[in-house]
Write a protein that binds this ligand. Sequence first.
Ligand SMILES: Nc1ncnc2c1ncn2[C@@H]1O[C@H](COP(=O)(O)OP(=O)(O)OP(=O)(O)O)[C@@H](O)[C@H]1O
Length: 235
Amino acid sequence: MAVISARGLTKTFGEVKAVSELTFEVAEGRITGFLGPNGAGKTTTLRMLLGLIRPTSGTALIDGRPYRELTQPRRVVGAMLDADSFHPGRTGRNHLRVLAGTTGVPPARIDVVLDQVSLTRDAGRRVHGYSVGMRQRLGLASALLGDPAVLILDEPTNGLDPAGVAWLRTLLRNLASEGRTVLVSSHALAEVAATVDDVVIISGGQLQYSGPLSDLSHARTTLEDSFLRLTGSAS
Ligand SMILES: Nc1ncnc2c1ncn2[C@@H]1O[C@H](COP(=O)(O)OP(=O)(O)OP(=O)(O)O)[C@@H](O)[C@H]1O
């Protein structure tokens, strides 16, 4: 059974059909890139997977159940959608402490995830003084706090410097090799090509491709070539 599965997933906002009849699966133990041009419907899809908005029709399942029906959702799924949603007056460590308290995660996990994202040294600083990359790392730490089997990350490389991007690539690979399911949306196609096993590409809310990266990009065709062709965005 696929760990993440979308079946006929559709969302309309008034006149706008943001996501249309989307069907795809995301396998465990692999990194899957979720790609599409601006406005393609990626964030809307991720928000439906995470139970933040209700599909107009179709289903979004994690471990065979809608997110809202998972008994301990934070322990099953770690998500990073908006890395800028922290209380600015809290320190990084306090943010994680509050999150651990509300989600029933053992406090001992706080030091583990701070170390995992290399934020231990800055954990006592208030978030309003954090750089963009440090906020991204805190977002990742929050996603990892419940030691989840599934990670859903929206643009996690945003604001990371080149060393940070390389670090994230290794982190995601390690998480996948532990058997976790990793779904990552991104516009950074060269980085995606260097990181993922599978890709799901959408455009105009509709599925354009779902499958192994190796079927899309090879010696003469880059992921960017395929993306531009599949999404009709070639100029
Ligand atoms: N709450 C909302 N109300 C109205 N329209 C919305 C809402 N959320 C998203 N949309 C519309 O749905 C479409 C898909 O938006 P979405 O944010 O999912 O795209 P995206 O692929 O994540 O884009 P980007 O790469 O620019 O972040 C867009 O036309 C957007 O304007």
